[in-house]
Ligand binder design. Structure first.
Ligand code: ADP
Length: 365
């Protein structure tokens, strides 16, 4: 008896018990879009669907109605009220002309009193529906999280694109100016070209991150030449923001295994963050400390420094503080890039000093 009850649908068993016990139930005809019951109404019984379609939905927040499921002929709904004696936890609405049978709570209880199989079957249906609803919500949550992640990515891209675009705009003006010398125009064209390349690499890096790719080729690169090119690339845009970039010592003459376009991203991000915190201009100092096994690069700015208690969280994805356009992705991407080079990155606080970031790159054996 119990085993067969577990494999039978509760709606079918309830119908059979109504017929067997001769219970007289009420019929109800609903027009399309008619609300059968609303969330919060008293839970007064179960409905069986003879024909038509019923949508169950629940309110999310104050006004958003969220569809949970739809039921058709042979299905039942409204069983929660019997189990927990509470008001309706969701609303039910007929989507088309619908014929229902209403079994009042007292009738259901009487039917169940005479049929333990009905009780078991109700519990089984209930737990199955709870499981379905849970997995529905988990799917929704994953989708919402994915969309919000995409939104944050989009904001981060827009923010990061602004710097190269402003340099391109300046370069375009200079290249088009009738008064500019041929030398100036050539310089402007070179800058535009560099910034377009930078935009392409930034977008490639974002694509790489969003695809979860992890393979990155490192090529031997002369550090001093690399730094010279980098300084040339960024000094214009920093100058626009009245930020002075100073190399406090000569970049050591080393050949390091680098992915230069990705490492550019680390510098761009540290410089952009520093200038974001120095809206009236300031100074960024870069130092190089060569050790036996690694090169340490220190980037410090003359801004206000880190807010108390946040230094440990800076590299956590999505940690952002004090920046209206912040996404909290920049430093976590920097960390990935430095670690892909075999190095470490950290931030340091010094009383009365601005932000200090350090990262290492291992020297070839
Ligand atoms: P985002 O800049 O989008 O917020 P990041 O990961 O680049 O994301 O930075 C995380 C947080 O680290 C910033 O929101 C900011 O609070 C802090 N931060 C980063 N650089 C500096 C800096 N130079 N000075 C002060 N705070 C900084």
């Amino acid at each position: 008896m119990v085993d067969s009850a577990l494999s039978i649908d509760f709606g079918a068993l309830l119908r059979a018990e109504i017929a067997r016990q001769g219970t007289v139930v009420r019929g109800r005809d609903c027009a399309a879009q008619e609300v059968i019951f609303a969330q919060g109404d008293p839970g007064d019984g179960i409905y069986l669907i003879e024909s038509g379609v019923v949508r169950i939905s629940t309110l999310m927040g104050h006004s958003n109605s969220h569809a949970l499921c739809e039921f058709g002929p042979g299905d039942f709904f409204g069983e929660m009220a019997i189990i927990n004696d509470a008001p309706r936890s969701a609303s039910a609405q007929a989507l088309e002309p619908t014929r229902l049978m209403f079994v009042a709570k007292e009738q259901v209880k009487a039917l169940m009193g005479a049929s333990p199989a009905l009780v078991l079957c109700l519990l089984q249906s209930f737990s199955r529906r709870m499981r379905d609803t849970n997995s529905h919500f988990v799917r929704e949550l994953i989708e919402t999280e994915r969309l919000s992640l995409m939104g944050r990515f989009a904001r981060s891209i827009v923010h990061d694109l602004k710097n190269p675009l402003s340099v391109i705009a300046l370069g375009a003006d200079a290249a088009a100016s009738a008064r500019a010398s041929e030398e100036l125009r050539q310089q402007a064209r070179k800058r535009i070209h560099q910034q377009v390349q930078r935009l392409t690499h930034m977008l490639n890096e974002l694509l790489r991150v969003s695809e979860g790719a992890t393979q990155h080729a490192l090529q031997p690169q002369e550090w001093r030449a690399y730094m010279a090119e980098l300084v040339e690339q960024v000094s214009d845009e920093l100058a626009v923001k009245q930020v002075e970039l100073v190399l406090c010592n000569e970049p050591p003459e080393l050949v390091l295994p680098l992915n230069v376009r990705r490492l550019d991203h680390v510098f761009f991000n540290l410089f952009n963050n520093a200038s974001d915190f120095m809206p009236k201009g300031g100074r960024i100092e870069v130092r190089f400390i060569q050790r036996e096994r690694e090169l340490e690069v220190e980037v410090r700015d003359s801004g206000p420094g880190f807010k108390p208690g946040i230094v440990q969280k800076l590299f956590t994805p999505f940690f952002t503080d004090g920046k209206p356009t912040g996404t909290g992705l920049g430093l976590s991407i920097c960390k990935n890039i430095v670690e892909d080079h075999g190095g470490r990155i950290w931030a340091r606080e010094e009383a009365g000093m601005g932000g200090i970031f350090c990262f290492t790159l291992p020297l070839p054996a």
